[in-house]
Each structure stands twice: as C-alpha cells, then as structure tokens.
Design a protein around this ligand. Structure first.
Ligand code: FAD
Ligand code: NAI
Length: 467
C-alpha cells in the first residue's frame, strides 16, 4: 500500500513546490509533492520562463541572421522552420521537467499525481486522473499552487484566435498582425518573439506608459528601442471587447482619458494583463484560510493563519517570479526544519528578456524620491563600452543609485546587452551591503560588458572613464 503519512505535503510542483520538496528531502524530511499537471516544473518550466526563453533565443538568432549577420560579413538567407523551432522548445522543456523528476527520486520525494485539496488540519485529499482519491496526512502542508492568467471581461480566450501566454507560446503560424493587450513583461517578451519572426505587433496598454513599476528611464528607453524595432504602442487605451471570427479578431477600445472609440483588426490577440493567484478547489475553508480581495493567501514568514499550513510563490504576495518562489521555498522548509529561513525581499532582481534586455534590482529613482531618501546616481552608456561597441550592441546604459550619505548601493537599473547575466553581480554586492565605491574599485575583466557595471559605480563619485 502506498505510504500516506508524511512530515510535509506540498501542493503544486512549480519552482516554489519543487524546490521546497527537494530542500525537504535534503534535510531528511519525509516529503510528498502533489501535482495535477502531467509533468513537474509548474508554470515556469512548462508554459512560462523556459519555453518563452527558448523562443526568445531562437527568434533573436533568426532576426540576427536577417540583419546583423550581414554587418559582420556573414551573408546568409535564413528561412524560418517554425515546426522545428517549436520542437526544440518542447524537447528542452521535456528535459527540464524530467530533470525535476530525477531530483525528486534522488532526494526521496514522492510525486503524488493528481489534484490536491486540503481536507482539514493535517489532511490533503488527492484526486487522481482516474477519479480515485487518496488522503495524505502531514504535520505540515505547503501551498504552492501558483497563478493563472488574469481574464478581461469581453475578451474571451479561446486559445485559437484570442490566446493567453500559453497559447502564444505555440501559435501554429506567424501572425500577420498580433495585437497584444498589456505592455507588461509577457506582452513585450512574446510580442518580441513574433515580431522577430515576421509579425506586425501592436501593443494596447491601459496606462500611459509601458512596464509599470520599472524605473521610468528604463521604461522610456525600452519603449523607444522597441518602437525602432517596429512595435506599435497604443497607450492609454481601454479595451472594451474582442470579437473572434474564424481567421481574425476585431478588438474594440477607447481612450482612457475619453474620446472616440477605435478598432483594431488582427489575426491573433494575446491577452497579457497580469496573473492572479490560483486557489481553485483548494479547500482553504476547511482550515479557515481566507484570501485577500485579489485572491492572494496572506502569509507571515510563509506561515498562513492556519497552524501547520504554509504558502509560498505566486499564490502569496510579492513579485510573481520563479526565483522569488524558489527563495521562499528554501526559507519556508528551513523554517519548518527548525533552521533560520530568510528571504531578502529588497534584493529580488527582475529581468525582461527583450533585445536589449532590461534588468533591475532594489529601489527605483521614483521610489527613492517618494521616500524622500537622498541618493546619488552614476550612469554609464553601452556606447562607451568597448566590448559592446565591437559587438555592435551599444543600445542602453547602466544606472547605479547609492545613498548620498553612506554610499550604500540602493538600486541598479540597466538596459543593454546580456544585462540579465550581469545583474547578479549587483545582487551579491547589495547582499553584502556594498558601497558603490566597493564596486568602483573592484577590478573587472577587459574587454567585457561587465566593465559598464563598474563604470556606472565610478559615476556615482564622478570619475567615470571611457572604456
Ligand atoms: P507555478 O509555477 O504556477 O506552479 C504551480 C503548480 O501547482 C502548477 O504546476 C499547477 O498545476 C499546480 N497546482 C495548482 N493547484 C494544484 C492543486 N490543487 N493540486 C495539485 N497541483 C496544483 N518568472 C521568472 O522569474 N522569469 C521568467 O523569465 C519568467 N517568465 C515567464 C513567462 C511566462 C509566459 C509566464 C506565464 C510566467 C513567467 N514567469 C517568469 C513567472 C513564473 O513562471 C512564476 O513566477 C513561477 O512559475 C511561480 O512559481 P510557483 O511555484 O509559485 O507556481
Ligand atoms: P504585467 O503585470 O507584467 O503587465 C500587465 C500589463 O497589462 C500592465 O502594463 C498593465 O498596466 C496592463 N493592463 C492591465 N489591465 C489592462 C487592460 N484592461 N487593458 C490593457 N492593459 C492592461 O503582467 P504580465 O505581462 O501578464 O505578466 C504576468 C506576470 O508574469 C508578471 O508578474 C511577471 O512577473 C511574470 N513574468 C515574468 C517574466 C520575467 O521575469 N522575465 C516573463 C513573463 C512573465
């Protein structure tokens, strides 16, 4: 008979759930992870971070082969093989989800296949695909059920003509005209994929700016760059409905500030206006857990209001990011195991994988101004970085914000080549509460784009040099 008593049962097998399960196994806790999707890895591995990055990588090379290669003296005539591009994406995703399965086995975590529901204190009922139900008993339950795309009344996602991010990762053809609703991370990343593959892309955004929450200077630079690439932005527009036909969609909208209504014709519409926590049929009421009005589960150091029930990842407040879920997973399990779990919520980086990439960590200038905190800024453009210059990728800059009195680095915002790979340097610096001078006086290899990080720090004290 299958074992049904555990130290810990985790509901959800995404970055929150699977990292929690693996850490529990490593610490010698008897752990089970309940996941109803056919594969482990959650949104991130199956229909989020990983497939989107696979398509971003492939489409960026395709676009380079069409343009930049010729500048470098490489003449090619690329031809798009969309089925192969999708196949390699699916293969990479399968390898990754299998990798999590392997780690479960290695760390003696049981994957209980099915949908979990809390059935009172210390109980999780799991409904398998064949309809059978098992009850698991556990001292601790961790909710890691993640999130789902937010709906928009009047715009019904059919995954044919009107798609969400999952549909947009698997379109059967390159749209002639893709209209994206929402100028956030998903809209700009997946819009970039299809733009590079040949679609006309129009982004309709409710606000009068793109990427709310991002440092204003970065957002403006990103919008200018994407516009140069051919993106069209309709800012300050409220979508009032979408009518899908067999081969096209008519999108109606009106200016938020008032004025004449307008329509857009597209062959595909991507709805990407945010995500909402997923707690459907979770049995929260059986242990007295309430969600806030947006559906999030409140948790204090990952502890919910119900004894022995914990919550991590997208289903709780904070940035909906895989690495935030991972951090919380480890800290939550270490706390359950009697150790000192810790997450530094002030140092969770955010990246937008457009070209150029955008990467941020810590406070924005707008936040520092609102707090009335005195700061100094150092900025360095990639046009002055020798490696970026020889690579013909000079768009963007690095900006470092440091406390005016102590020089502690408070925020770093960059747009440019490979910044997703470089932001980690400032995360480490900030974890050690480095001053901008610490970075400015650290030797960086030449010629690398990372010198721009140092030069921006030097800029805080005004001694930036040309690379
Ligand atoms: P999820 O990954 O959503 O996992 C939750 C899992 O729980 C799911 O597999 C679900 O099937 C399962 N589940 C739910 N209810 C039950 C139940 N009752 N019983 C059993 N199982 C259940 N973040 C980044 O940091 N970087 C990126 O580049 C990035 N790109 C993204 C691109 C896209 C297109 C999308 C949609 C998201 C992206 N994200 C990215 C966000 C990232 O995917 C999420 O922040 C992350 O997956 C959250 O992890 P989680 O474990 O909280 O939830
Ligand atoms: P988002 O919150 O990034 O952006 C949504 C955008 O839609 C905002 O600009 C918002 O103002 C706009 N909007 C909201 N309602 C609207 C309406 N009715 N009409 C028009 N515009 C409207 O959400 P998105 O892009 O859906 O992504 C969801 C989550 O997934 C994000 O929280 C993000 O953290 C995560 N994600 C992270 C990625 C990364 O780390 N690179 C990549 C993709 C997703």
């Amino acid at each position: 008979m299958a074992e049904t008593t555990y130290d810990l049962v985790i509901i959800g097998g995404g970055p929150g759930g699977y990292n929690a399960a693996i850490r529990a196994g490593q610490l010698g806790l008897k752990a089970a992870c309940v996941e109803g999707r056919g594969t482990l890895g959650g949104t991130c591995l199956n229909v989020g971070c990983m497939p989107s990055k696979a398509l971003l990588h492939a489409s960026e090379l395709y676009a380079a082969a069409q343009g930049e290669f010729a500048t470098l003296g490489i003449d090619v005539s690329p031809k798009l093989n969309l089925p192969q591009m999708m196949k390699q994406k699916a293969e990479s995703v399968a390898q990754l989800t299998k990798g999590v399965e392997f780690l479960f086995k290695k760390n003696k975590v049981d994957w209980i296949k099915g949908w979990g529901r809390i059935g009172g204190t210390g109980k999780v009922e799991v409904k398998a695909e064949d309809g059978s139900t098992t009850t698991l008993e556990a001292k601790n339950i961790v909710i890691a059920t993640g999130s789902e795309p937010a709906p928009l009344p009047g715009v019904e996602v059919d995954q044919q003509r009107i798609v969400d991010s999952t549909g947009a990762l698997s379109l059967p053809e390159v749209p002639k005209h893709l209209v994206v609703i929402g100028a956030g991370v998903i809209g700009l990343e997946l819009g970039s994929v299809w733009k590079r593959l040949g679609a006309k892309v129009t982004v309709v955004e409710f606000l009068d700016r793109i990427t709310p929450g991002l440092d204003n200077e970065l957002a403006k630079t990103l919008q200018r760059t994407l516009t140069k690439q051919g993106f069209e932005f309709r800012l300050g527009m409220k979508v009032t409905g979408a009518q899908a036909g067999k081969k096209s969609v008519t999108l109606s909208m009106e200016p938020v500030a008032g004025g004449a209504a307008d329509e857009l014709e597209a062959d595909y519409v991507l709805l990407a206006i945010g995500r909402r926590p997923y707690t459907k049929d979770l049995g929260l009421e059986s242990v007295g857990i309430e969600t806030d009005k947006r559906g999030f589960i409140a948790a204090d150091h990952w502890k919910t209001s119900a004894p022995g029930v914990w919550a991590i990842g997208d289903v709780t407040l904070g940035p909906m990011l895989a690495h935030k879920a991972e951090e919380e997973a480890v800290a939550c399990i270490e706390t359950i195991a009697g150790k000192a779990g810790h997450v530094n919520y002030g140092i969770i980086p955010g990246v937008i994988y457009t070209a150029p990439e955008v990467a941020s960590v810590g406070k924005t200038e707008e936040e520092l101004k609102a707090e009335g905190r005195a700061y100094r800024a150092g900025k360095f453009p990639f046009t002055a970085n020798s490696r970026a210059k020889i690579n013909h990728e000079t768009e963007g800059f690095v900006k470092v914000l440091a406390d005016a009195a102590t020089d502690e680095v408070l925020g770093v915002h960059m747009i440019g080549p490979a910044v997703s790979e470089m932001i980690g340097e400032y995360c480490v610096a900030m974890e050690f509460r480095a001053a901008s001078e610490d970075v400015a006086r650290t030797c960086h290899p030449h010629p690398t784009r990372s010198e721009a990080l140092r030069q921006a720090a030097m800029g805080v004290e005004g001694w930036t040099m040309q690379a």
